[in-house]
Design a protein around this ligand. Structure first.
Ligand code: AMP
Ligand code: ZN
Length: 150
């Protein structure tokens, strides 16, 4: 990863598609920008108004972000969600991150998908992404495993 540009004290990377979009090297349909967050339309939208909300600073993985960066990212995601719902008279939305290649992440620069939804649009909920039918007889054991990992 090579530094592309300093955005305040923020380093971007030369080989990342979304860093190039954020810096304007590649065109996009920008809907919002502040000093920490950039939002633009997904070029292959799942529904009309599908927007991607990204930190300007390059992070490949959500868990690499610090709490301040996460707070600004999700506050903008909240505002964008309200705006796309209003703009497209949506009745709801799916808001989510594909985190890591195994989870379907294709562009390794963190981004929140905001996908406006309408009743009867044929789409489904978040559990339609994956359903591995894990054992549910040991939920307390599973909760304890996660608590220990925190
Ligand atoms: P993900 O699978 O979560 O990494 O999502 C990457 C998203 O980026 C996909 O929904 C693509 O449609 C979208 N995408 C890819 N290239 C572009 C681009 N040049 N401009 C806008 N969105 C893009
Ligand atoms: Zn990047």
């Amino acid at each position: 990863m090579y530094p592309l540009k300093l955005y305040g004290d923020i380093v971007m990377t030369e080989d990342c598609l979304f860093c190039k979009i954020i810096s304007g090297k590649i065109p996009s349909n920008r809907v919002y920008e502040d000093d920490a967050v950039f939002a633009f339309l997904d070029i292959y939208p799942a529904s009309e108004g599908h927007t991607l909300v990204t930190p300007i600073k390059h992070f490949s993985n959500f868990t690499d972000m610090n709490s301040e960066d996460v707070a600004s990212l999700f506050e903008v995601a909240r505002k964008i969600t309200a705006a796309v719902e209003k703009a497209f008279s949506a009745e709801g939305s799916n808001i989510g991150i594909n985190n890591g290649e195994a989870a379907g992440q294709e562009v390794p620069h963190v981004h929140v998908h905001v996908i406006p939804r309408k009743k009867g649009d044929g789409g489904r909920g978040i559990k339609s992404i994956v359903w591995t039918e894990p054992d549910t007889n040991n939920l307390e054991e599973i909760a304890e495993k996660i608590r220990r990992a925190l």
